[in-house]
Design a protein around this ligand. Structure first.
Ligand code: HEM
Length: 195
């Protein structure tokens, strides 16, 4: 599916506010994560392996969310789980995987990550016109979900890696990239001046 066909996907949309994260801030964040050029290269190698399997990966993650009522609650209205909402977010989630593995951490990418953070807490439900779902994804689960998002990609990496060391290196790069996103998204959750 082309990026422009994904409802609500706004990477590169010039009407989005620019990220307040300066180039220096971003360099510091990458340094704090020990995320360097080698990791960026590894993410791009992982892209070739995981890219053709993004839908299978999403099946795993959606299965995980769907089997935990306290997670599914974020996608539910009083009428129950909202299938349209789940489906629309799933398309953007898949694009997020492709974007993170492309590791093009451009100003447009930073601006969109600020937007994705807001969508979990400040403007939740608005993009998809959902009514009656909770207004916030609880922050505790944002942090907790990092682990399954990290752990469950491993079999996909194993399937295409040159050897175990290559799989492990790509896996560590993936963890750093997910943490990078979460660090950026957390800006929407914390009081101004605390980020
Ligand atoms: C590591 C943790 C997480 C990652 C990587 C992640 C990733 C994403 C991505 C990529 C999107 C789509 C962003 C876009 O609009 O382009 C999204 C949206 C969303 N996520 Fe998460 N997420 C995480 C944690 C959670 C948790 C714990 C929940 C709770 C079940 C959750 C619920 C949602 C919801 C409801 C949306 C749609 C928000 C809206 O209304 O726009 N997410 N997430």
């Amino acid at each position: 599916m082309s990026e422009t066909a994904i409802p609500g996907y706004r990477m590169g949309d010039s009407s989005l506010p620019a990220s307040t994260v300066t180039a220096k801030d971003f360099a510091n964040l990458k340094s704090a994560l020990l995320l360097g050029e080698a990791d960026i290269a590894l993410l791009r190698e992982a892209r070739a392996i995981v890219g053709p399997h993004v839908e299978e990966l999403l099946d795993v993650w959606y299965g995980f969310v769907g089997s935990h009522d306290f997670l599914l609650a974020s996608f539910s209205t009083p009428a129950g789980p909202d299938g349209d909402y789940l489906a629309r977010v799933r398309m953007r989630f898949g694009q997020w995987v492709r974007d993170i593995l492309a590791a093009d951490f451009s100003p447009e990418w930073l601006a969109y990550q600020a937007e994705v953070g807001r969508r979990h807490v400040v403007t939740k439900n608005e993009t998809d016109g959902v009514h009656g779902a909770p207004p916030v994804v609880p922050f505790q689960f944002m942090i907790a979900l990092i682990y399954p998002i990290y752990a469950t990609i491993r079999p996909f990496l194993d399937s295409g890696a040159r050897d175990a060391a290559h799989a492990e290196a790509m896996h560590q790069a993936w963890l750093k990239a997910v943490l990078l996103n979460m660090a950026l998204w957390s800006q929407a959750y914390v009081q101004e001046g605390w980020f």
